[in-house]
Design a protein around this ligand. Structure first.
Ligand SMILES: [Zn+2]
Length: 304
């Protein structure tokens, strides 16, 4: 997976519907409309980096300064002040509302802005990755979010300023680490209805590894998959076993074999490239064949 990502506006479905409705409405009516009240989301999604950005990042790296180092005019101000100032510039004749800004531990660069009908407070939730962002980046984001809230066009330069920061190597690295830490891993607890993966792991560990294998997280898959019987996910350090084995009629030997196989992946971590690829080296395979009833277990799996 490349580290490159493109910042894109993710417009919520309801917003798109509303924009379509507004297009049909006379402008006088929509300008008379009072407060905005929709939640807007803005996030960065993994994708290709736009060509204009590639050139600028290369130049920045060459000159020895990272992205986001420009001297901002608001360096002493907190995010609330930045948002207030942006609001004043966007809506000079409207009384500036209160801003309630919260940093949240999202697993992505995600920002939302909302204002309840009749409220005088604009609520903003920002990914806590943005906590260390330079003020001018926060200023760009404030402009983007407020423009979305008030359905105004986002100036190209503003958007680019924000993207230049989100695509910098430091932010990309941080996002990858955060996704590892916080990305949800959907697994059920190891104690199933029939089998307990925890106890089974200990038994296999004693029998095949002299009890020396480090214990990762263990869990059942939410779906009783026949295609993916088990996998070891090194990013979350967890072995996941298909729930198809958590049944009285499922052959226990097959379950033991699948768990043993995943335990070998824990033992041979260097052989894994990426997070999803199973690399079974000759050493891996030789060790796998020491499993008693190896051939029979394979047959059982074929007939599942
Ligand atoms: Zn494997």
């Amino acid at each position: 997976m490349g580290a490159a990502a493109i910042a894109s506006l993710e417009v919520l479905r309801e917003e798109a519907d509303r924009l379509a409705a507004d297009a049909r409405r006379p402008t006088a009516a929509s300008s008379r409309m009072g407060e905005p009240r929709l939640t807007m989301a803005f996030r960065v999604r993994g994708n290709r980096r736009p060509s204009w950005l590639r050139g600028r990042l290369a130049r920045k790296r060459h000159s020895g300064s990272g992205a986001g180092q420009e001297t901002p005019s608001t360096s002493q101000d907190g995010p609330e002040a930045i948002f207030r100032e942006r609001f004043r510039r966007l809506k000079p004749r409207t009384e500036t509302p209160m801003f309630e800004i919260r940093f949240r531990p999202y697993a992505s660069l995600r920002s939302t802005i909302k204002m309840q009908p009749g409220s005088r407070t604009i609520e903003v939730s920002l990914s806590d990755i943005l906590r260390d962002a330079p003020p001018d980046v926060l200023d760009s984001l404030a402009a983007i979010l407020l423009s979305k809230l008030y359905r105004q066009q986002i100036p190209k330069r503003t958007r680019r300023r924000y993207e230049l920061w989100t695509h910098s190597q430091a932010v990309q690295d941080r996002m990858l680490a955060v996704r590892r830490e916080r990305g949800r891993k959907n697994v059920l607890p190891p104690a199933g209805t029939v089998h307990d993966l925890d106890a089974l792991f200990d038994r296999l560990n004693r029998r095949h590894f002299a009890g020396s294998l480090r214990k990762p997280g263990l869990g059942w898959s939410p779906k009783a998959s026949r295609r993916r019987l088990g996998h070891y996910d090194p990013a979350h350090d967890v072995i996941v076993i298909s729930r198809i084995f958590d049944r009285a009629r499922a052959p226990e030997l097959a379950l033991e074999y699948v768990l043993f196989h995943e335990m070998l992946h824990v033992k041979h971590p260097a052989e894994l490239r990426g997070t999803r690829r199973c690399v079974h080296t000759p050493e891996f395979q030789a060790e796998e064949r020491t499993f008693p009833g190896y051939e029979h277990a394979k047959e059982l799996i074929r007939s599942l």
